[in-house]
Design a binder for this molecule. Structure first.
Ligand code: GDG
Length: 735
């Protein structure tokens, strides 16, 4: 049975090593809960690191750990201390994490860490590939594994791969500073569906793809490597019922059952009618805006001194990545700030900030949520922020106020919260006051609306919707009307060659015989291609014809020493038996009228240029800012449409070019001219772009037409890449 393979840096397990036993217990984090329906209920497996390095579990222990994880439907990836130091701390947490959270100055690129990131992603790929069976689906998670989708896709193009990024995707202006930006984007684009928490992250990602890889992007679909990659936003939710039920139970405890934390909290709240509690919970991370929050709270106490002795900020900071220098610095800064403020404001009966630097058990977390009148969640940058949603879920009486940073992904969905800019202390202080003073009916109105959304879009729904979208992406991919060229079809083609007197093999050049290059001069034929073609040409039953939009001189130079037929300039010139002829008699006086108009666009569009070919004018825009180019292409199209109506001119949009030429020139007409009065009784035609569609359309219906790439086509078959074309051609030699 086909299964889903979930891949994340860490397995959702807590491994305990005792003297003679190893216990793997499922952990109960948000992701593990959300994936339950995909993982355990659907017989899936989860691949990731156990949290123990190779050095810690050498020898027999390793087998034991593996056995224990397998029992939980998990497969471990073995990582060494070196891997953790470099791949995890070095690249993931010292380069990607700060950069993706706009902490450009914290992002320190180094080669060793990058190499390790590459090699660990490969380790993950090896484990995934070893577990993959036909029909399986893979779902990769987060910034530690950005290269993994491509590594899997390269080996198994048939497998459907999803990827979800849990942190923000930064604006292009930030992302472009990453030395390995191209590799990172290409790695991600190995997936068929890419998910982000918000539309903004999706938008930033698409902008980087357009500007760095120059890939074609239409709405949320990217054409990359002859595949369609879909991008969408899926805001992650929480296990709403779990938090709601725990909050209900926490309210019904007798005082002897109450936890220590709860008793402490009660003590504060019972101090006076007006005693209020403001809560903040986060990992101790510089993205969470902890120092800013403390300073803003200090400012609040100064601006509104009437709240002294009444309001208390209770701050839970969970230890995190304490091996990294910036986290150590943040810890010192937080300790000092709390110390200074408590020193300055405390009275005998009141300390303004209760600060816990530790992880609390789940029940205590619930106690904090249920006892707090206000949740003050003010990250300077946060992918989503689940704490905000958990606070809402625990408000069983619909009271309480959520003050939330607009820099958290969650703010996009939680508009009924009081949204603040975490850098604006004035606004934070005033909003805190508003939250404390908010009338109960307003609190309840806002909280009800928040709860409705948080309960509806739970983490389970998030996972199910992602999987559903991935399935649809896969089905859309199958909508191409052409059939994939399989061995049985190749056999039929070979038989047709054997049964015919003479077969014409029409081959487009760029994108069919060689990969498309940004700089066209780099796409010269390689030695292997020359050999391949000359071996095919040895067969007396086959004639090769290269049909291309390239100019006569270039193709003549490249194929000077061959006897192939050549059709150049989209069908203007034809070489047969080494002699060139012009297939169409064409006028060029129109260029004097159209040229100056195109020049005005060149002047207004930095990076673009005009190429005057013998029979056409081509406006090139591959170096133009993508968005400006889109706008200009629309403008030029409008101008040209009215300019060339009632003429025999036409214009075509190609790969980052717009070409004006006579409508008499096209590969279809040219191909038919070659066939006219010819000895060919069988034709095979291959091409990748839409100019080849004319050829597929015009050639006789029994032609074996093969499209290269996954775009819509009139061809009967398709192959997805250039190397598959070469494999196919190899078989024509061996027949
Ligand atoms: C990343 C992104 C995105 C916290 N303290 C304790 C404790 N927690 C739990 C909370 C919550 C989770 O940890 C924290 O989740 P966040 O979403 O707030 O933040 P990150 O850890 O930074 O997560 C973030 C998330 O991925 C999901 O995509 O939302 O933006 O940065 O569930 O309850 N749990 C317990 N004790 C604690 O002391 N038991």
């Amino acid at each position: 049975m086909a299964k889903t393979i979930i891949v994340s840096n860490r397995l959702p397990l807590q491994i305990q090593l005792t003297e003679n036993e190893i216990i793997a217990k499922p952990s109960v984090g948000g992701l593990a809960t959300g994936m339950k329906s995909v993982h355990k209920d659907r017989n899936g497996i989860w691949i990731g690191w156990t949290g123990l390095t190779t050095e810690q579990i050498s020898g027999e222990l390793q087998d034991k750990v593996e056995q224990a994880t397998l029992k939980e439907q998990c497969v471990p990836v073995d990582l060494s201390e070196h891997d953790i130091k470099n791949y995890y701390f070095g690249f993931s947490n010292k380069v990607l994490w700060p950069l993706f959270h706009y902490f450009l100055e914290y992002s320190q690129f180094n080669k060793v860490a990058w190499k390790s990131y590459e090699s660990v992603n490969q380790k993950f790929a090896d484990v995934v590939l070893s577990q993959l069976e036909d029909g399986d689906t893979v779902w990769v998670h987060d910034y530690q594994l950005l290269l993994l989708p491509k590594l899997i896709k390269q080996k198994r193009p048939d497998v459907s791969i999803g990827f979800f990024l849990h942190i923000p995707f930064p604006s292009y202006e930030i992302f472009r500073t990453l030395p390995k930006r191209k590799q990172i984007l290409e790695g991600m684009l190995g997936a068929d569906l890419l998910g982000f928490h918000t539309y903004d992250y999706e938008r930033h990602f698409l902008s980087s793809v357009k500007r760095i890889l120059y890939s074609e992007v239409k709405f949320n679909k990217i054409t990359h490597d002859n595949r369609i990659v879909k991008v969408d936003s899926f805001p992650m939710g929480i296990d709403y019922k779990k938090y709601r039920d725990a909050a209900k139970n926490s309210g019904s405890e007798s005082s002897s059952q109450k936890s220590e934390v709860k008793l402490l909290l009660d003590q504060h709240l019972n101090q006076s009618e007006s005693a209020k509690m403001v809560l903040s919970i986060d990992r101790l991370d510089y993205t969470k805006g902890i120092p800013n929050r403390i300073r803003a709270f200090e400012y609040f106490l100064k601006k509104y001194p009437e709240y002294k002795e009444k309001i208390r900020l209770i701050m839970l900071a969970v230890p995190s990545r304490s091996e990294v220098k910036q986290y150590q610095k943040l810890k010192r800064e937080t300790d000092e700030l709390v110390g200074r403020i408590n020193g300055e404001f405390s009275t005998i009966s009141w300390t303004p900030i209760w600060y816990f630097y530790r992880t609390l058990p789940f029940e205590n977390l619930i106690d904090l949520y249920t006892s707090s009148d206000v949740a003050l969640i003010t990250p300077v940058r946060d992918g989503m922020n689940l704490v905000a949603k958990e606070y809402v879920a625990t408000r069983t009486d619909n009271n309480g106020v959520l003050v939330l940073s607009e820099m958290a992904g969650a703010a996009k969905e939680m508009s009924e919260a009081l949204l603040i800019n975490p850098f604006n202390f004035e606004q934070i202080a005033d909003t805190l006051r508003r939250a404390i003073e908010m009338p109960m009916n307003e609190q309840q109105k806002r909280m009800k609306a928040l709860k409705k959304r948080v309960s509806r879009y739970s983490v389970d729904k998030w996972a199910t919707e992602f999987m559903q979208a991935l399935k649809e992406t896969q089905q859309e991919g199958q909508l191409i009307t052409a059939k994939r060229l399989k061995d049985t079809h190749i056999k039929t083609i070979i038989t047709s060659i054997q049964d015919s007197n003479k077969t014409l093999l029409m081959l487009d050049y760029d994108g069919t015989l060689v990969d498309f290059k940004t700089n066209p001069e780099e796409a010269k034929p390689d030695e292997k291609l020359f050999k391949l073609l000359s071996r095919i040409a040895e067969n007396p039953k086959l004639d090769i014809c290269i049909i291309s939009g390239r100019d006569k001189n270039t193709l003549q130079q490249w194929f000077e020493n061959t006897s192939y037929r050549l059709i150049t300039d989209h069908g203007v010139y034809y070489r047969k038996n080494g002699i060139w002829a012009q297939l169409e008699i064409l006028k060029t006086d129109w260029m004097d009228d159209v040229g100056p108009i195109l020049e005005t666009f060149v002047d207004r569009t930095p990076g673009s240029f005009l190429e005057e070919k013998e029979f056409s004018l081509t406006w090139h825009y591959r170096n133009v800012d993508v968005e400006l180019a889109e706008k200009r292409v629309m403008e030029i199209s409008t101008v040209l449409t009215s300019l060339i109506s009632n003429t025999d001119l036409t214009f075509m949009k190609g790969q980052k070019v717009l070409e004006v030429k006579s409508s008499k020139i096209n590969k279809g007409r040219a191909a038919l001219q070659v066939l006219k009065n010819s000895k060919f009784d069988n034709v095979i035609a291959l091409g990748d772009d839409w100019t080849d569609e004319y050829m597929f359309e015009e050639l006789p219906s029994n032609t074996h037409t093969i499209k290269v790439g996954l775009n819509k086509t009139k061809a009967k078959y398709y192959l997805s890449r250039v190397y598959e074309v070469r494999d196919f051609l190899e078989q024509l030699i061996l027949m």
